[in-house]
Write a protein that binds this ligand. Sequence first.
Ligand code: FAD
Length: 493
Amino acid sequence: MTPRQPTPPIELTGTAGRWGAARPLPDGFAATLVGVCDVITDVGAVADASRDWWPLAMHWALAGQAPQVAAVVARPASTEQVAAVLRACTAAGVPVTPAGGRSGVVGASVPAFGGVLLDLTALQGIVSVDAVSGLVEVLPGTFGPDLEDELRGHGLTVGHYPQSFDIATVGGWVACRGAGQYSTRYGKIEAIVAGLEVVLADGTVVRTGGTPAAAQGPDLTQLFVGSEGTLGVVTKVWLKAHPLPPSEQRAAFAFPTFQDGLEACRRILRRGATPAVLRLYDAPESQRGQGGDGTYCVLLVLDEGDETLVAATMAVVAEEAAACGGSDLPRDLVERWMHHRNDTSALQALTRKGFVVDTMEIAAPWAALPQIFDDVRAAMMAVPHARAATCHLSHSYLDGACLYFTFAATPPPEAVDETYVALWDAGQRAVLAAGGNLSHHHGVGVNRARFMAEALGPGMGVFQAVKDALDPAGVLNPGKMGLRSPFGEVAWP
Ligand SMILES: Cc1cc2nc3c(=O)[nH]c(=O)nc-3n(C[C@H](O)[C@H](O)[C@H](O)COP(=O)(O)OP(=O)(O)OC[C@H]3O[C@@H](n4cnc5c(N)ncnc54)[C@H](O)[C@@H]3O)c2cc1C
């Protein structure tokens, strides 16, 4: 198994959270948990387990604080142990926050009101492989490399390679509706997942999915995919796997403008071609990391799979790129990207220097993307202390695509929080106003909770009703996704 790679090492000096003291556990509650599963009470270890990769919380960690600190970490090793912990938390009204790799970037696994941090990484490994159907049954705490290494022995791949592949778990992929870098061929996780085992707040164990294309009511699997631990705890996942790809082809192109490149991507997808990697960088990002000189936009393409399909896909790509003003670039730009694609050390270094740095990924229909590209960058750059707002397209669909913005600001230390909030307000509202969604794959967590009612409209009432029905005591990951919490409001922003 892959050694767990936690959040960047930062020594937390306090045991209280940024958001104040959490409510104490009821008398005897910790002893109840000890009778159920492994429990960690060491204050330093619990404080460290209470943070994820949310960039603003990284600033707070540098000042010695986690956003909030759990009372204990519970580490169940079976579905039955998860069910027993949830039953105890519901009965006693104790908040319980599921956590996988804690690689989330929106504060989703931060225990906003203390209570129990439910570490699911002891539930690790592949349970079974059905090589005929291409179905793999896997435990939720399994990290990406462990999944793919073992599947390779069966001649299979799931094809889900998020940038956080080494540090995120299968359960976290499902809970956040994640996307891998090869998603234009393999799909986002919601397209890959075939079924789930979920433990509800009262300890009931539910099995969803399991056969293709069932017409037996609403798809309950999709109810839990993206629910970020607010509706239930995922204890098993069935994923669809493909034969290992026998062939691969690469290409790179330069476009005079981002809009020209967008149009090429749109036409490629509208013709039915789905190259695994289709990444279009604006001119500044092309210059920063993709070999550009700041005057053109780089499109990187890679496809893998059946040789005939790959050849046809790449022929469509070349035709549409040329039709939209693209000119050929050396293919080794793709190789270069492959080597650096998971390296985020530059962004971490900027945070350590006091920069406000973050990324915002959204999706929108093709027709709305040119305006969102312009509006978001303009809105962010109008925020005091903003230094940069750049963009690339990273995942494409028949009807639209994901734009991924990277932004940076250099506020004085006392204005870090307000600058961070202002940048997100400006960017996210520009997206929503122009017809985009709130998030494509990072999810909502704490950071985006304040936009959920705007994004879902009356649909937010439906989500709340589902939450109230499945978790009437409100103990599952409270304070997240804009849902009401019996423990009060999160003290942020
Ligand atoms: C450097 C970096 C790059 C990234 N790149 C990508 C990327 O390319 N694509 C992408 O999609 N994301 C990316 N992310 C974000 C993050 O890795 C994903 O959101 C990932 O899916 C989170 O998985 P995790 O195991 O770390 O979950 P955690 O961060 O531990 O938890 C995230 C949420 O899921 C819930 N959860 C976790 N496990 C379970 C479970 N078993 N049952 C119920 N709820 C659960 C938690 O309560 C929380 O709400 C990146 C993050 C970093 C730091």
